[in-house]
Write a protein that binds this ligand. Sequence first.
Ligand code: ZN
Length: 202
Amino acid sequence: MIVYGTDKAALKSTAYSGKCVNCNTAGSVQIHLFQKYAQIFWIIPLFPLKKVGYSQCSNCKQVLDSTQFDSIYKMGYDALRTGSRTPVWSFSGLAIIAVLVAWIMITVKNNTEENRKLISSPKKGDIYEIKLGYQEYTLIRVSHLVEDTVYFNPHSYQTNKITGLSDLKRKGDEAYTEEIVSLLKGELLAKLESKEILDVER
Ligand SMILES: [Zn+2]
């Protein structure tokens, strides 16, 4: 579960040279600029939201947010805003997601390469995950080889979920039938490309 929220971080502040609009004290007001950002898991910044500002008077303690600023406070606030960039760290979550996606893509690619290698040099006992049709999956196991023809024993069971294949594997060696199915290596590679062969295990 992803816990989503927002938070803000102080970016900059500046002293306002005029008088406080509330208590009329000169030089008592500080204007602060904050970056609001979306965050996940209470701590990881996901992406930046808008910048927000507050004024605070050290004398009368009045705090105003930027929507309540009069035109003079607003000038100081706008100067703060133009002089501040959106901090790079506020994109951390998006960067992490981009890295994860890239990593998954590389893993999938490597797994496909690995499966190509296994199919090109099959060994007795290799197990192939097969998609037979819509919500129909099973396993076949390499029984023997004659030149470029690979002979398989199909599993006795089928499953309607891809995740059910691990249950089939747990049934062990006895769950494979004595039946023989033969396929050429070229056909196997084609079936890997068309995703009829989902995975190969040695
Ligand atoms: Zn004041």
